[in-house]
Design a protein around this ligand. Structure first.
Ligand code: HEC
Ligand code: HEC
Length: 94
């Protein structure tokens, strides 16, 4: 069977749709910010209207950057060149 141009279009469309579903499910799998004593003040500040960008900068007090900080898993996304990591963009509040 020879594939016509419109068949290829259909195949590409299916691949894109599956890819989008995969990407969405990946985001949902990302761990949420735990609601515990270490993180409660971020929940409180956010509820009182603090910007996520300001809160992002405070995560590194404990996570990753300081010596003795909690390390990221090996496959963790890296810091963008143009600013701080957007922790709360990926790790949602509960
Ligand atoms: C581009 C998206 C993204 C950004 C930005 C990001 N993370 Fe992650 N993080 C992930 C993914 C994906 C994983 C691995 C899957 C998982 O365990 O949630 C992960 C894992 C983690 C884990 C380990 C969870 C565990 O116990 O397995 C911690 C802790 C963490 N991130 C904290 C942070 C902090 C703090 C920041 C900001 C400095 C940050 N992340 C920024 C996507 C991101
Ligand atoms: C006071 C220190 C401290 C600060 C500040 C802090 N964390 Fe954490 N975080 C911890 C500790 C300790 C753990 C591991 C134990 C736990 O799950 O609470 C952790 C674990 C995590 C995890 C993994 C949870 C899991 O299910 O494995 C994520 C995601 C995370 N933090 C995100 C953040 C984000 C986003 C911020 C900034 C808004 C932040 N943390 C700020 C101490 C901190």
């Amino acid at each position: 069977m020879k594939l016509a141009k419109k068949d290829w279009f259909f195949i590409v469309l299916i691949v894109v749709v599956v890819g989008v579903f995969w990407a969405i499910s990946g985001e949902v799998r990302t761990k949420k910010v735990p609601l515990d004593t270490n993180h409660k003040r971020f929940y409180d500040a956010f509820a009182q209207g603090a910007g996520k960008l300001d809160l992002d900068r405070q995560c590194v007090e404990c996570h990753h950057e300081k010596p003795g900080g909690i390390p990221f898993p090996k496959n963790h996304p890296v810091k963008p060149a143009d600013g701080p990591m957007r922790c709360l963009f990926c790790h949602k509040f509960k």
